[in-house]
Design a protein around this ligand. Structure first.
Ligand code: GDP
Length: 527
């Protein structure tokens, strides 16, 4: 493909697009806030935090969101820092955890995993990590809350490796912890960053050393902590993994940083190193081969659709990750699935809470498009020769409910509503065989409530949801005869693909052993 304008290529090369993955309360919001602060995007702390308060400013969002005081869907934030243009994709993590959270990761080129030093690797982190792993993107680790007493750092690294199956390379190492927390030793730059709440002066906070055995460390942090640091660093040097850029790029080795987000300690060091190591927008697979971000004039895919950001207009916003070239307001693009040209007139970008109309964007950026109902998750938009990006995978829901319409007279409305709302992709629809009963599957239970509310508000339909004991879905792959033989035990997804539902890991294991000629997939990717 032809090269695009060199200036655009420079813009693309500046981009770093990542998502933060963590379990609720590990410190994602605090970290995001500090990162935005470094970019000068916010002047004071508290802007991002506001979203979680019940009286947050985005007051025209869904009722249910207001009632719960949480943000139901996620968006993107961007800022400039040291010559880079950084996009942070927000991954909803509390009760609003949903498939959107997973799908957002398909729009990220790297992930930052935040771990609470006292809690270690937690459930939601494991789930999100798996999706990053599947995509093979680089994963950076920030171990947070070092100002509190937590697990021994070696124990934590061992836990990360055992539970998540990724090797680690500590870029820095804590000196003390909790009440004795004194700072971190930077293994890469061979310097110490002192933990001092009262000083912002770089020359006081940082000092160069010849190594962990430099006596000046002992003078500053005390002999005991210095001795401990020396012992731990020599253990790391001998027994730990080597720094290996190739493995980091493939997501097989995670650079680890220690710090305390709330005290803004270690955050800037993290950011500076992250920018050195994180990749610019990467090529993406399509049905005509890999599309290079700097070689193709414009393309992108829709990874999330958010409804009713303004109930007065019933508008939807489709979030697009730009994968190649440059986007300009008002440009005409091909909507490949529909086979028609459309004009993108009012693109928006989201900065914390404000929407702002944008004029141009580049590969790596995420923009919101007003959607009059023409977009579906996974749709490709491009210019020039038509092609399509890989299908957006579905992931196993964890909660299932049978759904029926209360008033049979409203059956038509119900069908229409269910189809349209499941198209947005936060709820999956399955049909039983042969009765064609409808089963809904979600990743976070709040989505049932959202769906129930919206069917009532937008389609005037009351539904009855009956919870089912299933916890796991697996997409099945096998030859037709083998699949037909177990058809009565399966359901189908919205594309008619066979899926089996299970109540427990044990049931799943039994089935995989019993039906050895069938493959059980955790997501629909590639099927
Ligand atoms: P999120 O749920 O992952 O977005 O977590 P938050 O950023 O909201 O943080 C959860 C709680 O941990 C809040 O009360 C924060 O003030 C607190 N917190 C965040 N970072 C630190 C830290 O470095 N040290 C301590 N002690 N608390 C922190």
């Amino acid at each position: 493909m032809s090269q695009i304008n060199p200036q655009w290529q420079q813009e693309i090369a500046k981009r770093r697009t990542f998502a933060i993955i963590s379990h609720p309360d590990a410190g994602k919001t605090t970290m995001t806030e500090k990162l935005l602060y470094f970019g000068g995007a916010i002047r004071e702390a508290g802007v991002v935090k506001g979203r979680k308060n019940s009286k947050h400013a985005t007051s025209d969002w869904m009722e249910i969101e207001k009632k719960r005081g949480i943000s139901v869907t996620s968006s993107a934030m961007d800022f400039e820092y040291k010559g880079h243009h950084i996009n942070i994709l927000d991954t909803p993590g509390h009760q609003d955890f949903s498939e959107d959270t997973y799908r957002t990761l398909t729009a990220a080129d790297a992930a930052v995993m935040i771990i609470d030093v006292a809690k270690g690797v937690e459930a939601q982190t494991i789930k999100l990590f798996k999706v990053c792993r599947m995509r093979g993107i680089p994963i950076f680790t920030f171990i947070n809350k070092l100002d509190r007493h937590g697990k021994d750092p070696f124990e934590l690294l061992e836990e990360i490796e055992r539970v998540l199956g990724i090797r680690t390379y500590p870029m820095n190492w804590p000196i003390g912890m909790g009440s004795s927390f004194s700072g971190v030793f930077d293994r890469v730059k061979s310097r110490v960053e002192l933990y001092q709440n009262d000083s912002d002066h770089e020359d006081i906070r940082f000092f160069e050393v010849s190594g962990a055995d430099d006596p000046i460390i002992g003078e500053r942090v005390g002999q005991d902590l210095w001795q401990q640091l020396q012992d731990e660093i020599s253990l790391l040097d001998v027994a730990g993994d080597q720094f290996d850029r190739g493995l980091i790029d493939k997501g097989e080795l995670s650079p680890v940083f220690f710090g305390s987000a709330i005290n803004n300690f270690g955050v800037q060091t993290f950011l500076d190193n992250f920018l050195q190591l994180a990749p610019p927008p990467s090529p993406k697979k399509s049905n005509v081969g890999l599309i290079e971000p700097g070689e193709h004039p414009f393309s992108g895919f829709i990874f999330k659709i958010q409804a009713n950001m303004n109930p007065a207009h019933r508008d939807r916003i489709a979030f697009m990750r730009i994968c190649s070239g440059r986007f300009e307001r008002g440009m005409s693009v091909k909507h490949v699935r529909l086979g028609k040209d459309i004009k993108l007139a009012q693109p928006v970008q989201f900065m914390a809470q404000d929407r702002e109309i944008i004029e141009e964007s580049f590969a790596g950026d995420v923009i919101g498009l007003f959607d009059p109902g023409i977009f579906q998750i996974g749709d490709t938009l491009c210019v020039g020769q038509s092609f399509e990006y890989e299908e957006m995978p579905h992931f196993s829901p964890e909660f299932f409910s049978k759904v029926m319409v209360k008033d049979a007279m409203k059956h038509k409305q119900f069908q229409k509503g269910i189809l349209q709302l499941t198209e947005e992709g936060t709820v999956q629809l399955f049909r039983t065989y042969p009765m064609e009963e409808l089963i809904l599957g979600v990743v976070g239970v709040l989505q049932f409530e959202v769906l129930e509310y919206r069917l009532k508000a937008e389609y005037g339909v009351d539904i009855v949801l009956t919870r089912m004991p299933f916890q796991i879905a697996r997409w099945l792959e096998g030859d037709k005869a083998a699949l037909d033989a177990i058809k009565s035990k399966t359901v189908t997804d919205r594309y008619g693909r066979p899926v089996m539902l299970f109540e427990s890991e044990y049931q799943l294991r039994v089935a995989t052993e019993k039906y050895a000629n069938i493959k059980f997939h955790e997501s629909s990717l590639g099927l």
